[in-house]
Design a protein around this ligand. Structure first.
Ligand SMILES: [Zn+2]
Ligand SMILES: [Zn+2]
Length: 882
């Protein structure tokens, strides 16, 4: 059963992806033995397609999950997707627009149908991509935030919080996107520094021959001013106490109020107050019972309240207001000023602070237990410093605006009565008003913020509010792995909701991973054009290489740099493993192999040195890798495995074993040990490179009682009995001798076909090892070795290499050096001739005119080769002369 010559992951990866799915390898079983390890996926948006950030996150999660599963834990990775309110609605609206339609034209019910149809058609993209890249989720438990079960959980939580007075409806200043036509939470507003102006405007004081100057970055809002505030302690304005000003352009008399909102140190010390269009002014207005005059509407246009400016776009109104003030001599000055401009995260339209009626969650009472859970260690952040960021936010938390003016999402379970104007909040859709019995009720048109349902994800996906077996077994989940960008959007809310609804934490550990960056350490983004498309690189190099490259760079706390070079080198690693396997498959004696058992005897003191060494290294590797994965140190796990597989197993162990294998010898102890190590190494590597390891493992002769997949085979553990420091030291000495000899050969440019005669001097263990392992050393370094267990005599001549650490000196005697010198001299002579020949041909114009281009090209190439060889030979000769 030989292996294909070339490592072609494209040939077998899709096969195993499907096979894992079909054979239920990743399915969690309630009654399975072992400790429970559960994790709910950060649900990707249904609008999503796998990007490199997902691929990185899922590679980390998958490595951890696979490791737990192999350790025999009762392991569940619960997958699913988020309905992604705004994102999905925008996509479908764009589709409608292309058909010349608008959602309001087709109506709410029809629109929702369109979104579901879109979801059926395109919403599964990311799932297919996840399956293809080997994420070992239990797809039988797949959930969607708008599933009936999860929707029921959402209603349950809404009603409960409402009953406890933790959900209320109120007038509030919200960030409004005039384009998306919805309120945005603080977190959905991005702030950009932008060049702007500070306009200083004169407001004439009534009854006094003076004016007061106020400064603003948004002059159009002055049309809605209902007061001017001065600081009660500001001596400059004492004479203005109790007076009024005449609001320019609107000719409205408004009061001068005393309020701390005016900072005597800033500008003139007087500020305009616009309760309808600024959060601080809104609160100041509340303190002084000021009227709210809304001059900008929810589409960003000036309202009738804006008088002469009604109907204008807000930015056009700004220009007109400024021009009109200037014309009336009421503009004191204009100063350039950098403003922090809030924009809609989705569409980048500048947000407009507006007063509206929204639903809120009172977060303080929910935040307190959530803070305690992290303080007392029931939830642990890794890296730890994220806890600080979490606390800072939680201590300053503001009420959470949960209503969105969208059609796609969980509609708020509240019904407004047209007769008594009160609201009925209920789990089941009511037929009449709970207060007056009227049937003239209408459901609130808004839907809930997407993060409301994702905040329930760890328990709603397990069947809550029912006490299902899944919930009892897998909740609290063990771990959450996610990015810091959704620490507040999501992680904090899950903690609050989890504690409130279930009385327990939603997860015990939160590992916050890094960002994937390009070679210039730039965050990958579509606009920068530096995005590595995971599907493209997976197709090109194989999933395993991409996973290896990602995890190798995944040191906690630092961003990971992904380049194509990295993936290429990981592919070379995969290729190395493939070639090692190919050697084993080609050379092994297959008779009697079918029933092979692992070679436990290899760790006996009588076993060959390389076996005692290899099993000791294997045990250390298992120990390091397991601990690294357990501590989210994926880069350490990846690098340990790389070093072990390539530079110990392939470079040394297999090379030594090659000398031991004999033709037609059957399944010798040497073969058994080799197979044992190779099979264990595949299992060690499986969590990081699942496809390659499954492919090779399945093709190994099957030991009795083996599980159907390597994913279910036990993860190798460290074995104290296998640890053999003496063997490790001995192999180190052997490696040193071989390396010294190879360096000597390179110095002399020794003929690769000829063994070099050499002497080894050592008063230490090197002499003994060289005697016992003479055959291996001679073969590996191509030597004829003579060993002298003594200190090297003084004034030694010949080519020398020594290592004091191992007390050894390797010497090629003068006579041998002389032979080398002669060989090199002859070689340089030949090269000189060849070069002269080539040069002559290339000088011959007649020849050049006649010869085909190919021929001339190859002569030039050969000439370059000869010249390079000549240079090396001359250097080697020079080295021999010193
Ligand atoms: Zn928007
Ligand atoms: Zn009523």
């Amino acid at each position: 059963m030989p292996l294909e010559t070339v490592y072609e992951p494209q040939r077998f990866e899709p096969h195993w992806a499907q096979w894992w799915l079909d054979s239920g390898v990743f399915r969690a079983h309630l009654n399975a033995p072992g400790r429970v390890f559960s994790l709910a996926i950060p649900p990707p948006n249904i609008t999503g397609s796998l990007h490199i950030g997902h691929m990185f996150e899922y590679s980390e999660i998958d490595a951890t999950i696979r490791w737990h599963r192999m350790r025999g834990d009762n392991t569940l990775w619960l997958p699913g997707a988020d309905h992604a309110g705004i994102a999905t609605q925008m996509l479908v609206e764009r589709q409608l627009k292309a058909e010349g339609l608008d959602r309001r034209q087709i109506g709410r019910a029809e629109f929702e149908k369109r979104v579901w149809a879109w979801k059926e058609r395109y919403g599964g993209t990311i799932k297919q991509q996840m399956i293809r890249t080997g994420t070992s989720c239990d797809w039988s438990r797949e959930r969607f935030t708008l599933d009936p079960g999860l929707s029921r959980a959402v209603r349950e939580v809404f009603v409960r919080l409402h009953e406890k007075g933790l959900i209320y409806r109120g007038e509030y200043m919200v960030n409004w996107c005039p384009r998306c036509h919805t309120a945005l939470s603080d977190l959905e507003v991005v702030h950009d520094e932008a060049p702007g102006n500070l306009w200083h405007i004169r407001y004439p004081v009534n009854g006094l021959p003076r004016h007061v100057v106020v400064a603003t970055t948004r002059p159009e809002t002055m049309l809605g001013d209902t007061a001017v505030a001065i600081n009660p302690k500001d001596q400059r304005y004492r004479e203005l106490h109790g007076r009024t000003v005449q609001l320019p352009l609107m000719d409205r008399e408004i009061p001068i109020i005393l309020d701390e909102i005016a900072d005597p140190e800033f500008g003139s010390g007087a500020v305009k107050v616009t309760p309808a269009h600024d959060l601080n002014d809104f609160e100041c207005g509340r303190r002084h019972q000021l009227p709210k005059v809304q001059v900008i509407d929810d589409t960003g246009q000036m309202t009738a309240e804006a008088g002469a400016y009604a109907g204008l776009d807000r930015f056009e109104a700004r220009r007109r207001v400024v021009a009109d003030l200037a014309e009336r001599g009421l503009l004191e000055k204009i100063e350039p000023y950098t403003v922090s401009l809030g924009k809609c995260q989705r569409c980048k339209t500048p947000v407009e602070p507006l007063v509206s009626i929204q639903w809120f969650v009172k977060t303080k009472p929910l935040a307190e237990p959530a803070i305690r859970a992290v303080e007392d260690g029931r939830i642990r952040f890794i890296p730890e410093n994220w806890a600080k960021t979490y606390f800072e936010w939680m201590y300053n938390i503001r009420d959470w605006c949960i209503s969105r003016q969208l059609w796609w999402g969980h509609r708020i379970p509240a019904w407004h009565c047209q007769d008594c104007v009160r609201t009925t909040v209920a789990r089941e859709t009511p037929s009449a008003c709970a207060h007056c019995g009227s049937v003239h009720i209408q459901q609130d048109p808004d839907v809930l913020d997407t993060w409301f349902s994702s905040g329930l994800w760890p328990f709603s996906t397990l069947g809550w509010p029912d006490q299902t077996e899944d919930l009892k077994t897998y909740y609290p989940t063990s771990l959450l792995i996610t990015g810091f960008d959704i620490l507040f959007f999501w992680v904090a809310r899950m903690i609050m909701m989890g504690l409130e609804c279930t009385g327990d934490v939603p997860f015990r550990e939160v590992y916050i991973h890094a960002l994937v960056r390009d070679a210039e350490r730039q965050k990958m983004s579509k606009t920068r054009g530096n995005v590595v498309d995971p599907l493209e690189v997976t197709e090109k190099y194989g999933t395993d290489a991409v996973r290896m490259a990602l995890l190798q760079g995944a040191a906690p706390g630092t961003d990971i740099v992904l380049t194509e070079e990295r993936i290429l080198s990981a592919r070379a690693f995969a290729n190395k493993i493939w070639n090692a396997a190919r050697f084993i498959f080609l050379k092994m004696e297959w008779s009697g192999v079918e029933a092979w058992q692992p070679a436990e005897a290899a760790i006996s003191p009588d076993a060959p040195l390389e076996d005692r060494w290899m099993f000791s290294r294997l045990s250390r590797c298992a120990d390091l890798t397991g601990r690294a994965i357990d501590r989210y140190r994926y880069h350490e796990a990846a690098q340990t495995l790389w070093q072990f597989f390539w530079h110990e197993f392939c470079d040394w162990y297999l090379e030594i074993k090659k000398l031991r294998f004999r033709e037609n010898s059957g399944l010798t102890e040497d073969w058994r040990s080799t197979l044992t190590v190779f099979e264990a190494a595949l299992r060690l590597l499986h969590p990081i490179m699942p496809f390659l390891t499954e492919e090779l493992w399945q093709r190994l002769p099957k030991a009795a009682g083996r599980p159907i997949s390597i994913a279910l085979a036990p993860y190798p553990e460290s074995n104290a009995l296998a640890l053999d420091p003496v063997a490790e030291r001995d192999i180190e000495v052997l490696q040193e001798i071989v390396t010294s000899a190879r360096n000597l050969r390179a110095d002399m440019k020794a003929d690769p076909k000829q063994a070099l005669e050499a002497l080894l001097y050592s008063r230490g263990s090197a002499a003994e090892i060289a005697r016992h392992q003479g055959e291996a050393i001679e073969k590996l370094a191509n030597l004829k070795l003579e060993v002298r267990a003594e200190a090297p005599p003084p004034n030694l001549q010949g080519a020398l290499r020594s290592t004091t650490e191992f007390d050894l000196l390797l010497r090629v005697p003068l006579a041998q050096v002389e032979i080398q010198r002669k060989r090199l001299a002859k070689e340089t002579g030949q090269l000189d001739k060849l070069i002269a020949n080539s040069l002559r041909q290339l000088d011959n114009q007649e020849f050049l005119a006649r010869a085909p281009e190919q021929v001339v090209h190859s002569i030039r190439q050969k000439l370059a080769e000869y010249q390079a060889q000549l240079k090396k030979s001359r250097e080697a000769l020079a080295a021999l002369d010193t």
